[in-house]
Design a protein around this ligand. Structure first.
Ligand SMILES: Cc1cc2nc3c(=O)[nH]c(=O)nc-3n(C[C@H](O)[C@H](O)[C@H](O)COP(=O)(O)O)c2cc1C
Length: 361
């Protein structure tokens, strides 16, 4: 019903391009510029390690994202020619403008690596100063840089002096409750050459728990004259408009809210235009998206890796729909694209017949 599972890029690319033209948010009054890069609108897909790979970025782009970020990329990984690192920055013209996110803690190395890759296909170089993971923080990287603002500033100075593309910084409210320094930190980043800032309104200590503090983001916005993008807890169109209003930011960043819901970009645009919420995608639309996402993943990562990674995406896509627990259980046995097709077919039949949860193999 959905064709062969072995797809070459040649087949895939026209399909991506067509969908982009059909569903994208073409232009929006709220676009802004970061350095010499103009964004069509203010909705940004935030970087998420393990999620914002090329296929997912393309899906978000076609739903209207104005800017998309790669997953974070290690400067040391580039230095050591790590093969996995190469895959992280592979890009396509259709997703531009693209922000490539680097992490590291050595100004010299960060500057050299930025210079080395500056001619690759990306538009903005973002520096990660928000990652909370111990492996990263214990190396003095990610959110640990909020504890060493001098070093953070030296990194931004070095990187921005070596490349002509705009350099941006993504950071948090602070390292912990006793060290909430986002406002001072933001000023320093601006003075050091940052062209824009993205602020996640949680401390490192909070990870992703509790509620994001939009008030501190508003204070950052007031303190600097470069564009500020607000990050944290935008899960619905109402959240998006409220966040814009309360922070006064130039851009809003969507992260966990788009996992399994790339439509959120379009839903926000629709809500703003019409003042009412767009209907939730039908299960048929969701299943078709799962298959298309799966195809793109096969083309980009090979079938085995693609299907492993699709398991979490399928769980996110189907969360909240009836019988999603059964789909989640079955997706763990999916190893080939054909298996994924069969799962979606069974799920589709099941929903059409409105049976009880037993869509057996
Ligand atoms: C699974 C996951 C991976 C993430 N990876 C990155 C990353 O690589 N770089 C980064 O700057 N932020 C990363 N983030 C943080 C998000 O970009 C975002 O700032 C944060 O999740 C808050 O937004 P939300 O509440 O809308 O999810 C990640 C978040 C999640 C949940």
């Amino acid at each position: 019903m959905h064709g062969s599972c072995i797809l070459s890029r040649v087949i895939l690319l026209p399909q991506i391009a067509r969908c982009g033209a059909d569903f994208g948010v073409e232009r929006d009054m709220r676009g802004f510029s970061i350095g010499n890069v103009t964004l069509k609108n203010h909705m940004v897909l935030g970087p998420m390690a393990g999620v914002t790979d090329l296929p997912f970025r393309l899906l978000c782009k076609e739903q209207g994202a104005g800017l998309v970020y790669t997953e974070m990329i290690s400067a040391k990984g580039i230095y050591y020619h790590n093969k996995n690192t190469e895959k992280l920055w592979e890009s396509r013209e259709e997703e531009r403008p693209l922000a490539l996110q680097l992490f590291g803690s050595e100004p010299q190395l960060m500057g050299e690596m930025a210079e080395k890759i500056q001619d690759r296909d990306f538009d903005i170089l973002d520096i990660n100063m928000g990652c909370p993971v111990p492996k990263v923080v214990n190396n003095g990287e990610g959110s640990a840089l909020m504890r060493t603002p001098e070093l953070a500033a030296a990194i931004v100075r070095e990187v921005s002096s070596r490349i002509s593309k705009p350099v941006t910084v993504k950071f948090r409210k602070g390292f912990d409750g006793d060290h909430v320094n986002a406002v001072d930190f933001a000023r320093r980043m601006e003075e050091s050459g940052a062209a824009a800032l993205a602020v996640h309104g949680r401390t490192r200590e909070e990870y992703y728990g509790g509620k994001a503090d939009w008030e501190i983001i508003a204070r950052v916005k007031e303190a600097v004259s470069i564009p500020v993008i607000a990050s944290g807890d935008i899960f619905t169109p109402e959240d998006a408009l409220r966040c814009e209003r309360e922070t006064g930011c130039d851009g809003i960043m969507l992260a966990r809210g788009v996992r399994g819901n790339p439509w959120l970009f379009h839903q926000i645009h629709y809500y703003r235009e019409h003042g009412v919420l767009e209907e939730k995608p039908s299960i048929e639309t969701v299943l078709a998206m799962i298959l298309r996402h799966g195809k793109m993943m096969v083309s980009f990562k090979g079938e085995l890796m693609a299907m492993r990674e699709m398991r979490k995406h399928v769980a996110w896509y189907t969360a909240g729909y009836p019988h999603s627990a059964e789909i989640r259980r079955q997706v763990n046995e999916v190893n080939t694209y054909h298996d994924l097709e069969m799962l979606c077919e069974r799920a589709g039949e099941h929903f059409r017949l409105k049976e009880k949860p037993s869509f057996r193999k």
